[in-house]
Design a protein around this ligand. Structure first.
Ligand SMILES: C[S@@+](CC[C@H](N)C(=O)[O-])C[C@H]1O[C@@H](n2cnc3c(N)ncnc32)[C@H](O)[C@@H]1O
Length: 234
């Protein structure tokens, strides 16, 4: 690891509202804040919103500033990236933003049933091959995990440059009769871009510069319906 990354790693641990549990704290166990984030971290009962694969946390910070009456947690495994958002939150005392460094595969250890109101998935790795499909953050395996802690019919947003991931997610939702609230394969030519949808993440800027279209999908996730995987892609 380079010197700069090491420095960021060390600093990350000193910022307020940053949580980096070790494996011994979560392996098959419940993290001590499970079911208690609002009470213990944010000291309120406001809705809780997650940004998954938050990278530098542009959405976590942007939304926290825009919606002071909601709480936001950015989740990512990469501490050196998260450092940027965590530093902003710490220095600017953005009390309704926090960061959690963990693998999203472990997320059930952190959030209790109905604890989360909304999820944003911002430019996740598309995991384009059939073999890696199970790692897609908007795929069947992860949607099932999210239903464990998302309120019934809770909203999920997906922003992605990947047409493959967008179409896969759209078809998955259609197959499983999940409610699609909005979808576009070209967000910036639609008329729904507002202050929040207009936030551009680090990766989004790179994709826009390379001429990619930005796909956006907003849907609600029903807890009681089946969630079946799509047939194999040819
Ligand atoms: C392409 S980057 C996008 C980062 C940021 N959202 C952006 O738009 O700039 C994908 C991010 O997801 C994180 N990520 C991917 N899979 C993950 C997983 N299973 N658990 C935790 N983080 C994950 C990566 O570490 C990376 O920071």
């Amino acid at each position: 690891m380079g010197k700069d990354k090491l420095r960021r790693f060390a600093e990350l641990g000193q910022f307020d509202r940053v949580f980096q549990p070790g494996m011994d704290e979560i392996n098959g166990k419940e993290y001590f804040l499970k079911g208690r984030w609002k009470q213990e971290v944010f000291h309120n009962t406001n809705p809780l919103v997650l940004e998954l694969g938050c990278g530098k946390g542009e959405y976590t910070i942007g939304m926290a500033q825009h919606f002071p009456d909601k709480n936001f947690i950015g989740v990512d495994i990469k501490g050196a990236r998260m450092w940027k958002g965590a530093r902003t939150s710490h220095e600017e005392k953005i009390m309704n933003a926090a960061f959690l460094r963990t693998r999203i595969e472990m997320i059930s250890s952190f959030f209790a049933e109905n604890e989360v109101d909304e999820i944003w998935i911002t430019f996740p790795d598309p995991q384009p091959t059939e073999r890696r499909k199970k790692k897609r953050l908007s795929g069947t395996i992860f949607l099932k995990l999210y239903r464990n802690f998302l309120v019934n019919n809770g909203i999920v947003h997906l922003k992605t440059d990947s047409d493959l991931l967008y179409n896969y997610t759209l078809n998955l939702l259609k197959l499983n009769n999940q409610k699609i609230l909005f979808n576009t394969s070209n967000l910036y030519s639609s008329d729904i871009v507002d202050e929040i949808l207009g936030i551009k993440t680090f990766y989004e800027k790179k994709f826009l510069e390379a001429g990619s279209n930005i796909n956006y999908l907003k849907f609600s996730l029903n807890k009681n319906s089946e969630l079946n995987e799509l047939p194999e892609e040819s």
